[in-house]
Structure formats: C-alpha cells, structure tokens
Design a protein around this ligand. Structure first.
Ligand code: ZN
Length: 373
C-alpha cells in the first residue's frame, strides 16, 4: 500500500517565468516600464522556448511506475489494483512511444550517465500473491523487467494490512460504521463502497498512526488480519519462486509497513536492516533497492533518505508522483519519484479498466507537453 491522493496529471515544475519575477529593476519610472516590457518579452520568449523543449520531449527522460495488485476483477475489488490487460496495454503503449522498459539497476545507470534514452521502470509494491500469478506471466510474455518491493511482515503473516481489512468490510456490508472517524457510511453499490473506502484511506493518510484506531472496527466486523495477509500476500516459497525469474529485482519495503517517519531512528534502522537481511536470505542475492512504505512526505523525509543512503541502498523510492526531469531537478537516488499507475481508486478516473482508445492515460509519462500547449 502506498497511499496517495495526488491525481495522475503531472504539474510542470519548470517555471522560468515565475523565477524571472524576482528580478528587481530600481530605476526611474519610464525606464522601469521599458524594463518591464523587455522583461515581459523575454519571459514570453523563454516560455515559448521551454514550451517547445517540452514539445519535443527533452526534459522528461523517464519515470518509475508504481503498481500494487494485478487482478481480474478490478471493479469488484472496489477499483483497487489494475487488470493484467491494462498492464499489458500500458507496456505496449510506452514501448510504441519509444521508451524502453528497464530494470531499476539499469535506470540508476542511465540517470548517473544523464542518458537521453527514454525509460520506464515497473515496480510492484507489497509482495501481493498476484504479482506472481498475474503480473509475472504478463511481464514474461512481454520480456519486461520489474522490481517488487516486499515488506517482510507480509511474508511472516504478521503485517497490519489495514487497507485490505477495510476493503473486506466495505465489500461485505451496505452500512459501515467507522467509530474512530465518527462516521457511518451507507454504501449499497460498488461505486459508493469504493468512495467510502477511499475516504477512510485518505483519513488514515493524514496521519498513519490513525490506523491503530481502526482496531475496534476490525474487531466488531470480525476481521482476521492473519487470514487476510495469508490470502493476499506471497509466502516465502512463492517469493523465492518469483525471484528466480531473471526479469525480477527484489527490493526492500521495511518490515512492518509502518510509516517510517513516525518511528524513532533506531526503529527505522531496524526496519531497513532486518528486512533487507531477511529478504537476502530468502532470495539469495543482494537487496539493493528500497521503497518507503506509503512514500508520502508524512511517511518519509530527509532522515529516512539519509539513512537509506548510509545503509548502502543504491536507490530508494517515494510516491512523489512525477517523472524525471534532468534540466530543472537534480536526481536524488534516495528520494526517487514514482507515479501511481496501480489503480483508478484515488482518482475515480477509470484508469484501471484500461480503455485502449485513451492513450492520454499514459501520456503524462511519455509526453507531458500536452498540458502546456
Ligand atoms: Zn506499500
């Protein structure tokens, strides 16, 4: 789970005109007006130049895409996850636009060289069983490398997968009371269930410690967290099988899937090192990459970025939703941005059903210029 509420549209961080406003011209009023006009013309030209740079796609070099569940019945699962068909179409689309699907290791190499090659990295969070049963067959067919970030308490069946427990409650009941929110949801349709689930998840995302307050609700609705985790997440043996694919990179995702920013430094250190050791034992290879659980500014920040670097991870990903831009934004390998293509859950935009007639769905990654014309 990586909570987010930002829409898929990418907002330009390329702001030459706003920067130029800082220029101070301290001369007589006439000269001031002339200077303002000159500056305005310069701003206009700068805007056109940069707009054209966008149009031919120079600044946007690539992106990391984030997925969660890959499942057949997206609507039935309250619009969470995406279908194998959507995943396949997305990969074919980005390749048709000239972008290569590369491993996270290769992406780090391309970024280090400031290569102009357009690339996409596919990443799957949380170690869902369907990463093995649904995503892997699709990605093997397309020969597309990918990275799977696994929280180790999913493997040991001790993780608090509160988001799946909530989904189970909303799927099963047409009236749901969340005492901690002092809310009662009337939700008899799939759309209203999805909307209610999103509202509760967004409430948790305002402070991830609030998830503890859901325990009385889970008890009331007789939720068995161990049963949920056992049903949805890879076992150790399944992870080992997944990791055998040459297309797969296994990355860390902490042990408990807690928002690291809420933990003392010693606990963060333990989360990152123990989970890495555990994964390396299971898959019998180095675990060099990390994704911060939830990945939002409330869940990870400079302390975690520094610690990930000091612990030797080659990269660490947030959920800051944007592609890479070389020309305005130095790449920080331990605070990598990632764009959520895992669901239409957060936007309600219908993405996960894969409307093949709407390639604009993916255009923000490959050709962000269309917003700026
Ligand atoms: Zn996660």
């Amino acid at each position: 789970m990586c909570a987010k509420s930002a829409p898929m549209k990418v907002v330009s961080r390329f702001l030459p005109i706003d920067n130029a406003r800082d220029t101070q011209v301290r001369v007589c009023p006439g000269a001031k007006a002339l200077a303002r006009r000159t500056l305005g013309l310069a701003q206009l030209l700068a805007g056109r130049v940069f707009s054209n740079l966008w149009r031919i796609g120079i600044p946007n070099i690539g992106a990391i895409m984030m997925f969660h569940e890959i499942q057949d019945d997206v609507i039935g699962q309250l619009r969470t996850g995406c279908s194998p068909k959507y995943l396949e179409h997305l990969i074919k689309y980005v390749r048709s636009r000239g972008a290569a699907i590369v491993s996270i290791d290769d992406a780090i190499g391309l970024l280090a060289k400031r290569s102009q090659k357009k690339f996409i990295v596919l990443t799957f969070d949380d170690g869902y069983r369907d990463t093995l049963s649904r995503a892997l067959p699709c990605l093997e067919k397309l020969n597309a490398p990918f990275c799977v970030y696994v929280p180790t308490q999913a493997l040991t069946r001790t993780m608090d997968a509160w988001w799946l427990a909530l989904r189970q409650i909303f799927k099963a009941h047409d009236t749901v009371e969340i005492e901690a929110m002092n809310r009662r949801f009337e939700c008899s349709t799939l759309d209203s269930k999805s909307t209610a689930l999103r509202e509760v998840c967004n409430w948790i995302a305002t402070d991830f410690r609030l998830k503890t307050d859901l325990q009385p609700t889970f008890a009331k609705y007789r939720i068995s967290m161990s049963e949920i985790v056992n049903r949805y997440f890879l076992s150790v043996a399944e992870l080992r099988a997944l990791a055998k694919s040459p297309l797969v990179t296994i990355g860390g995702h902490g042990s408990s899937h807690e928002a690291l920013a809420n933990l003392p430094s010693a606990a963060v250190h333990e989360e990152l090192t123990q989970s890495r050791d555990f994964l390396e034992q299971v898959v019998d290879r180095a675990v060099d990459h990390l994704a911060y659980p939830y990945g939002t500014p409330l869940a990870c920040g400079p302390r975690e970025f520094t610690m990930a670097r000091q612990l030797g991870f080659l990269s660490a990903a947030t959920t800051e939703s944007r592609p890479f831009y070389y020309y305005c934004d130095p790449v920080r390998l331990h605070a990598l941005p990632r764009m959520d293509y895992s669901a239409d859950f957060w936007t309600g935009a219908g993405a996960a059903d894969c409307d093949e007639s709407s390639p604009s769905l993916y255009a923000d990654v490959i050709e962000p210029d269309h917003n700026l014309r």
